[in-house]
Design a protein around this ligand. Sequence first.
Ligand code: FAD
Ligand code: NAD
Length: 438
Amino acid sequence: MVNYDLIVIGFGKAGKTLAAKMNAAGKKVAVIERSKAMYGGTCINIACIPTKTMIVAAEKGWSFDDTMKERGAVTGRLNAKNYKMLADNGVDVIDAEAHFVSNKVIEVVAGDDRQELTAETIVINTGAVSNVLPIPGLTTTKHVYDSTGIQTLEALPKRLGVLGGGNIGLEFAGLYNRLGSQVTVLDAATSFLPRVEPSIAKLAKEYMEEDGIVFEQGVKTSEVKNDGDEVVVVTDKGEFRFDALLYATGRKPNIEPLHLENTDIALTERGGIQVNKHLETSVPGVFAVGDVNGGLQFTYISLDDFRIVFNYLTGDGSYNLETRGVVPTAMFLNPPLAQVGLTEDQAKEQGLPVAVKEMPVAGMPRGHVNGDLRGAFKAVVNPETKEILGVTLFGQESHEIINLITLAMNHHIPYTDLAKQIFTHPTMAENLNDLFAI
Ligand SMILES: Cc1cc2nc3c(=O)[nH]c(=O)nc-3n(C[C@H](O)[C@H](O)[C@H](O)COP(=O)(O)OP(=O)(O)OC[C@H]3O[C@@H](n4cnc5c(N)ncnc54)[C@H](O)[C@@H]3O)c2cc1C
Ligand SMILES: NC(=O)c1ccc[n+]([C@@H]2O[C@H](COP(=O)([O-])OP(=O)(O)OC[C@H]3O[C@@H](n4cnc5c(N)ncnc54)[C@H](O)[C@@H]3O)[C@@H](O)[C@H]2O)c1
């Protein structure tokens, strides 16, 4: 049995950051990763980085082949950098799949090689996998992909179907539309982006439709099959025919390979690993970080999970799930759509005093400079306490500016301060002066 101070299972954002920090502090650390193609984790190799690289390349008007080449070059570079960051500094990166044998004993298996490892602290960081809905034919039909598979296409599909109108579905819909595919989104939800401010969600859908994307909301899919080389999606709204189909109907915590049945690690009702506010599981000394604990599925949440565990292991544990601030989100549509805090309806449901302001990008000087007048900003504030309750930004640079609002909210900066702050000009951020003049 090999003994470590810290074992991290999975090369995710939280785990790799914790491994680097603890290694630098003189601890004996191992990171177990089952695929060399995943050094650096999901974000680097098959998620945020490759998809945004493709979106940016497509926005520049690059061809499908050049977009794919760029994707490969960027992910390859970052994968190698991530491996070196750990391995060259003395972390044992073990190329193997990890299973629990008991609460604190892990077996690593690589081909015929098996080894048992143990550690005082074990961190599970195995991410999430695509939900495969029980739709007959979904896994057996040719030219049907999840978000990983769709990134390996060798030719641009003329007609792309997208099952699911969430983050992944819409980002790929926009991307393939730009690259030249005819895209149809089939979404089970009756409303489009139900958690976004309704007026902004309506605009976002209108723009995607203007760009040529077709939406079918409230669709029930009963079968997926091939007719020759075509993919046929059978629904209650008729049959749809495509050259390729992407299914993007959520992702679920990746626990299956871990053999948690050999441990006392408890799961939540929704299949994530149950954790307390310090992200410790029901087994003391074993933590679950990132997508696998069933929390919000974002790379920056995984990074923040690192902060929580690191603070618990080396500090006073005062930074934890209960003291985490508000969490911004950004969807990389055209233009990007970013949100933080509450929508107007959510604030009213909470019985808060609410004042709102919405401004079209068409009235913003930088919108004219950018030659892109699409979008709108909306702010929801408490006029009594002067707190910002929530903001939705839909326009160029929204994914950047939302971080400024998050900072203001977390530090309880009154919105009236943003209304009179000096901003550089001409920028999209300067419009916060007018947005918060409520
Ligand atoms: C297409 C797509 C686009 C996305 N875009 C964004 C975005 O723009 N911004 C954003 O913030 N988030 C985005 N996300 C979500 C984000 O990628 C995830 O929330 C994040 O990567 C989760 O990281 P993690 O730390 O949980 O672990 P991961 O990075 O998922 O790492 C888990 C690792 O564990 C390994 N592993 C699993 N089981 C075992 C085992 N038993 N033994 C050994 N190794 C194992 C896996 O191979 C993997 O490398 C996107 C997701 C997808 C799918
Ligand atoms: N920019 C980003 O930050 C970003 C980008 C991509 C992914 N992500 C993360 O990845 C997670 C997973 O993304 P996702 O898009 O798979 O999940 P999601 O939860 O965002 O969306 C799932 C969609 O599938 C639809 N759906 C469910 N069942 C269906 C069915 N039978 N037929 C048709 N549609 C159906 C839902 O109505 C919903 O619109 C996101 O929640 C997000 O946390 C983040």
